[in-house]
Design a protein around this ligand. Structure first.
Ligand code: AMP
Ligand code: MG
Length: 501
């Protein structure tokens, strides 16, 4: 790269959609920016300049909003959304600034957005700020999700601002830089639909197709094809969440990205003991966003998207509704087939038949009744197979937890082994598939809290970095992985998360 190249090769397209889509807004200057976390693998992927990658002062300045990089056009995006089922007609980026887009190493267009960077035209009563804890938490969780193989936005940096923010008490402030395939949400479509702005809606659809679903451009009914494509991505996303035990916690339509990435990590958490009714968010009183309710909510959100698209699907409203219904009616069967295939993979086989599904359902009931740890249970199963292959049984004997889990499963374990035999699946290939489908480590809630507390008390991010090292290898044990695999004594029964970002 020559010295005249910009530090960040911005190329902005979203603002070309017109002023209805955003408000120009300069980020606030931070009092005393200091870099806490930097994601250099991601920086390289984004083709940021070597100069920037090697200069932490410049990183702190750019990614706190204190210095605007050349080519950045900071804007706050307009959107609305259903929050806990209730429509809020005007949300928008109240504390986030989209600096612009870059084409990454793979030629994909991604957004670079600051969050916690001050008030905008959409701030309503909010202060435009973000507390340090939630910023660090988003970095940890999104990085873990990425390496778990779940579609997700990522974090490039966390910069402390040197300022105080006022939440339930006084907290240090921070800016987190988010990288997303885009920030178009179901709520972005809702924003124009409820304003009857069909022209903007149409432009947004064209833009979203070109950016995220180019394969459907030119199809007979683009709006309908788009609905179907977004629905499939949401199905894949929720199935991926459920594979690793992720609970988003606040699946409002404004937190549902059209790209199919996990976005907005507010009160998210990881499932401890298996129970589909699990809710950790302190504000989710009715369990709307419980672990097992996520598919239902994904369909609910996609149905809101369908409503927005009706005028673009067919000029005749009745016809439009019929066509949209035709797509939405596919949700259940498509979801189920994805979901049970995912569980079959977790158990070492592909393409589940009816009998296999019974076996899966039976396992889930056992796990729920015995309050088994979701992650540990599947690791125990693959350990048990592996042990059988390696005549040497030391691995399992050493891991008494695994043994205990397998014992608890009793007859089910033999039924499963029989099933693999009937399918003529070599134990070694079953183990292979299981090890790719079942993480040995996840960002367990109590460990996430512990490293955040450590950082708050010591001012050092070392504990977070040590944890991240392990989280970046979730399917393979590293020498320190065992430090993060334990479940808390209460199985996270009393764990609570807060939105207070
Ligand atoms: P979230 O809960 O982060 O998904 O945010 C929901 C809405 O509230 C979005 O429109 C945010 O921009 C806005 N919001 C959240 N926190 C703040 C804040 N501290 N200041 C201004 N707006 C905020
Ligand atoms: Mg949000």
């Amino acid at each position: 790269m020559s010295s005249s190249d910009p530090d960040i090769p911005f190329s902005n397209t979203y603002t070309h959609l017109g002023e209805a889509f955003y408000q120009s807004a300069p980020p606030a200057q931070a009092q005393q920016p200091s870099l806490l976390l930097w994601n250099d693998t991601l920086a390289e992927q984004l083709l940021l300049s070597d100069e920037l990658r090697n200069n932490s002062d410049l990183q702190a300045d750019y990614f706190s909003g204190s210095l605007l990089p050349e080519g950045a056009e900071p804007v706050a995006l307009a959107y609305c959304g259903h929050q806990f089922g209730h429509l809020n007609p005007q949300l928008g980026d109240g504390r986030a600034h989209l600096l612009g887009e870059v084409l990454n190493k793979d030629g994909q267009r991604v957004d670079i957005q600051l969050k916690g960077s001050g008030r905008t035209a959409f701030s309503r009563q909010g202060d435009g700020r973000c507390a340090l804890g939630p910023a660090l938490r988003e970095f940890i969780m999104s990085e873990a999700m990425f390496y778990l193989g779940v579609p997700t936005t990522r974090c490039l940096a966390v910069v402390a601002t040197g300022e105080e923010v006022y939440r339930e008490d006084v907290k240090p402030g921070a800016v987190v830089t988010r990288i997303a395939a885009s920030h178009i949400r179901v709520g972005t479509f809702q924003y124009f639909a409820i304003r009857d702005d069909i022209e903007s809606l149409n432009n947004l659809l064209d833009y979203a197709i070109e950016r995220h679903y180019p394969q459907i451009a030119g199809s007979e009914n683009e709006a309908l094809a788009f609905l179907e494509a977004v629905m499939q991505k949401q199905i894949e996303l929720v199935v991926a969440w459920m594979r690793v035990g992720f609970i988003h916690g606040v699946m409002n339509t404004d937190n549902s990205a059209i790209s199919g990435e996990t976005i907005d990590f507010g009160p998210c958490a990881m499932l401890g003991a298996y129970d589909p009714g699990t809710v950790y968010s302190s504000i989710d009183h009715g369990g709307r966003y419980a672990f097992g309710n996520q598919p239902t909510i994904a369909l609910w959100n996609i149905t809101r998207l369908a409503e927005c698209l009706l005028p673009l699907i067919d000029k005749d409203e009745k016809q439009a509704v019929e066509k949209a219904k035709g797509v939405l009616e596919q949700f259940h069967s498509d979801f189920e087939s994805n979901y049970f295939t995912m569980f079959a993979n977790k158990l070492g086989f592909e393409q589940p038949q009816d009998k296999d599904i019974e076996c899966i359902v039976e396992l889930m009931e056992l796990m729920k009744n015995q309050q088994m740890d979701y992650t540990q249970a599947f690791v125990a199963l693959s350990d048990s197979l592996k042990n059988n292959i390696e005549s040497n049984t030391s691995a399992l004997q050493e891991n008494s937890k695994s043994k205990e889990i397998v014992n608890k499963l009793g007859d089910w374990h033999s039924t499963w082994r029989q099933l693999l035999e009937e399918k003529h699946i070599e134990p070694s290939s079953a183990v292979d598939l299981m090890q790719k489908s079942n993480p040995v480590v996840i960002p367990r809630n109590h460990h996430v809290e512990a490293v955040l507390k450590d950082c708050e008390e010591s001012g050092s991010t070392q504990a977070i970095k040590d944890f991240l090292l392990v989280l970046r290898s979730p399917y393979q044990s590293l020498p320190t992985t065992h430090l993060y695999q334990d479940s808390p004594d209460d199985g996270d029964k009393y764990y609570q998360t807060f939105c207070g970002t």
